[in-house]
Design a binder for this molecule. Structure first.
Ligand code: ADP
Ligand code: MG
Length: 701
């Protein structure tokens, strides 16, 4: 087939005019023939069976019945009207019902003529009824060649409204198979296809849209999912290979005095074995001569900071500078204070640079960076500014990476003539399957062990109606000398409403916990940074006992004496957010509590989230549930959603296929790292096309 055919704009397809083309582009991202071909059904209806009306069962799924309409009538209802048809076969009577499009239906339906109807039934007034059935005259039904299983394509309201029904899409795709002669280049090499008994591409495509039977459908899906995941893995692995070969890194060969002195004399605690293992992995990378690009995953409180610091010391020992970038000012300050204290006696120069650093100080910092006096710079994304020039940056550490865009990360690479080593730390554990796909080109280290002596945080779910009891509990804890967070949701779309909720909440808490006995801090997104810091500071120092806040406190804040976390409207938070928030307590020696407050009305997903929180504190388990509930796009935050843009595979459900695909991609690259072998010609071609399309290449660094 002419390979350009797949690039043809969708406007040119028979049956699709410019208007429909526009809707297809906007609604389902179909721009070309190729896109449409890769727009797959999300389910299939098995229309092999016909039911008699007497055989219908309550709540049965979609059914197909042959019969005729004997009577049509309009029924007035509270709002508007509905059109009702009496539909009979030789075993009984049922009703067909329309709430929309009644005029058209009334004019076009034929009475006393056999129809094939298809749809879901409901039980109403002692009769079965089928709202908005799919209908076709039996005569036409018999004429059309059809496969047993009918594809159902994902739809949107707009598609339905503008007449781009399932049938229209399915016809267009049929048309595509006709125009292309059903011939498609097979992007998988013969050898691989044989080894895995994969269907040829053309056959797989056809059967994914119009399966002949269940078995062929399964084979078709496997083949297409495999191909999709194979090429993602191939790109990621290639990228890693190229990086390791081409991108030289600064070799940190020495373990010098800073590192040893710190390790022997200043380490405030014994490292956990997970921390030791990870530090070893990082040391190996840094000494290898290739540039390190490593993702460090560790649950909240697992002790990533000390790992970061020890990596920094390795950089300094080898004559390089280092920087640590945090997503918020509060967090940057906390790192600065914590680290300054830890390295106090080592004689290292550490400075803090954030958006609110004064110009005079900023100038000093810039100068000290350039002349090499400054060893370690800690800050926010202010570090990324053009003016911030290092004499010799060797290591860049990014904390809580999901808050940074990928483009920002890339800017760090340009801060030296060779890219510095990069360590990305995240407290949002990414399920392994997802990490494999998104960060397949990064090396991953995991701290899977918490420091000893941590008490488990007791987590409970309480309804708003129990608020008084919760208040009593708070009072008791404060009397024991503890501090309490009360967190309100902040969701961008209704910022004003959230603000009102927060203020209402604050007032009722202020009433319940009056001064001078109680002192309350409040922190939210609409405050000036200086005011925020002031309030935060009072809480950190223990001058206030209650911190009323929005999720601004989500990341990183460390107040060991705070032992109670109340989360208001907990059903409105995502799982990973809830987990992050809970991680703010349980940092000291006291028994800590997390109370999830909600109303009585909860969606199933909300219930699952709350139950998960109550059941487990394991960040990885929570991340898996989150992934299942939300899908991978959301989990990564909007910035990174849609990176993979999967057409048919599902990272969660097709986990096994993903592993197989990764294995075979790896084997292929081992044998043929440059894709130079004749038998892999088609792989080379497909790969270069994908890179040209900037598939995932540009998004992952
Ligand atoms: P996170 O991984 O969330 O960034 P931190 O690095 O902030 O965690 O560490 C959380 C707390 O645990 C800090 O107070 C830190 O001093 C302490 N900590 C870290 N490692 C250990 C350890 N091996 N033993 C005891 N306490 C530790
Ligand atoms: Mg941290």
């Amino acid at each position: 087939m002419n390979p350009n055919l797949l690039q043809t704009p969708i406007d040119y397809l028979k049956g699709i005019g410019p208007q429909r083309a526009d809707i297809l582009r906007k609604e389902i991202g179909v721009h070309t023939y190729g896109d449409l071909l890769n727009f797959f059904p999300n389910r299939y209806l098995d229309k092999t069976r016909f039911y008699k009306i007497s055989q219908l069962e309550k709540n049965s799924s979609d059914v197909q019945v042959i019969g005729k309409i004997v009577h049509l009538r309009t029924v007035e209802q509270k709002k508007g009207k509905r059109l009702v048809a009496d539909f009979i076969d030789d075993t009984g009577k049922m009703e067909l019902v329309w709430f929309r499009g009644q005029k058209w239906i009334r004019e076009n339906l034929k009475l006393n003529t056999p129809y094939v109807i298809f749809g879901k039934t409901s039980w109403f007034n002692g009769l079965f009824s089928m709202p908005h059935p799919e209908m076709e005259l039996l005569e036409d039904y018999k004429k059309n060649l059809r496969t047993a299983m009918q594809p159902v394509y994902p739809s949107t309201e707009k598609l339905g409204k503008t007449g781009i029904t399932n049938r229209v899409i399915s016809r267009c795709i049929q048309q595509l198979f006709v125009e292309s002669g059903g011939k498609f280049i097979d992007p998988l090499p013969e050898e691989l296809r044989q080894e895995l008994h994969l269907l040829p591409k053309a056959e797989a495509l056809f059967n994914a849209h119009f399966p002949k039977d269940q078995e062929l459908l399964a084979k078709a899906e496997f083949r297409l999912k495999f191909e999709e995941l194979f090429y993602i893995q191939l790109q990621l692995l290639m990228k890693n290979l190229i990086r390791k070969k081409k991108i030289k890194g600064f070799p940190f060969e020495e373990v010098g005095t800073y590192f040893s002195d710190f390790y022997e004399n200043h380490l405030p605690f014994e490292l956990t074995s997970a921390q030791k293992r990870v530090i070893k992995e990082i040391r190996q990378d840094l000494g290898s001569g290739a540039q390190m690009n490593r993702l460090l995953q560790g649950d909240v409180g697992s002790g990533k900071t000390i790992v970061a610091l020890m990596s920094v010391l390795l950089a300094l020992d080898n004559g390089f500078q280092a920087c640590i970038m945090a997503p918020t000012e509060i967090l940057a300050i906390q790192h600065f204070n914590g680290i300054s204290e830890l390295v106090g006696e080592l004689g290292i120069s550490v400075r803090l640079l954030t958006g609110s650093t004064r110009t005079s100080e900023r100038k000093e910092i810039h100068a000290a960076l350039e002349n090499g006096e400054l060893n370690l710079l800690i800050g926010t994304h202010a570090l990324l500014e053009e003016k911030v020039k290092f004499q010799n940056l060797g290591l860049a550490i990014i904390d809580e990476q999901h808050r940074f865009g990928v483009a920002q990360r890339a800017r760090l690479w340009k801060k030296n003539h060779l890219p510095p080593h990069v360590l990305v730390m995240t407290a949002t554990p990414i399920p392994r399957t997802l990490a494999m796909s998104l960060y397949g080109d990064l090396d991953v280290s995991v701290i899977d062990e918490l420091p000893p002596g941590r008490k488990e945080i007791r987590t409970v779910h309480r309804y708003d109606s129990n608020r008084l009891k919760v208040f009593r509990f708070i009072r008791d804890e404060i009397k024991k000398g503890r501090q309490v967070y009360i967190v309100y949701p902040l969701i961008q779309e209704s910022e004003a409403l959230d603000y009102k909720d927060l203020m209402d909440g604050y007032e009722s808490i202020a009433r319940e916990f009056p001064t001078p006995e109680f002192q309350i801090s409040i922190v939210h997104g609409q405050m000036k940074p200086a005011d925020k810091d002031y309030e935060m500071d009072r809480f950190v120092k223990g001058e206030t006992q209650i911190m009323v806040a929005t999720t601004v406190i989500e990341v990183g804040v460390n107040v060991p004496n705070a032992s109670v976390m109340i989360i208001e409207s907990a059903e409105r938070f995502g799982l990973s957010q809830l987990h992050q928030l809970r991680g703010r307590v349980g940092r000291g020696a006291e028994q800590s509590y997390c109370i999830l407050m909600t109303g009585h009305k909860l969606s199933n997903d909300s219930k699952t989230r709350l139950e998960t929180m109550v059941r487990t504190a394991d960040g990885f388990e929570i991340a898996e549930v989150d992934l299942k509930l939300r899908g991978p796009g959301d989990l990564m935050g909007t910035q990174q959603s849609g990176i993979l843009n999967l057409k048919i595979a599902d990272i969660v459900k097709d986990n096994d296929t993903l592993k197989t695909a990764r294995y075979y991609a790896l084997q292929l690259l081992k044998e043929d790292p440059n894709l130079g072998l004749e038998k892999n010609r088609v792989v080379k071609f497909t790969y270069s096309q994908l890179v040209k399309e900037k598939n995932i290449w540009n998004y992952i660094s």
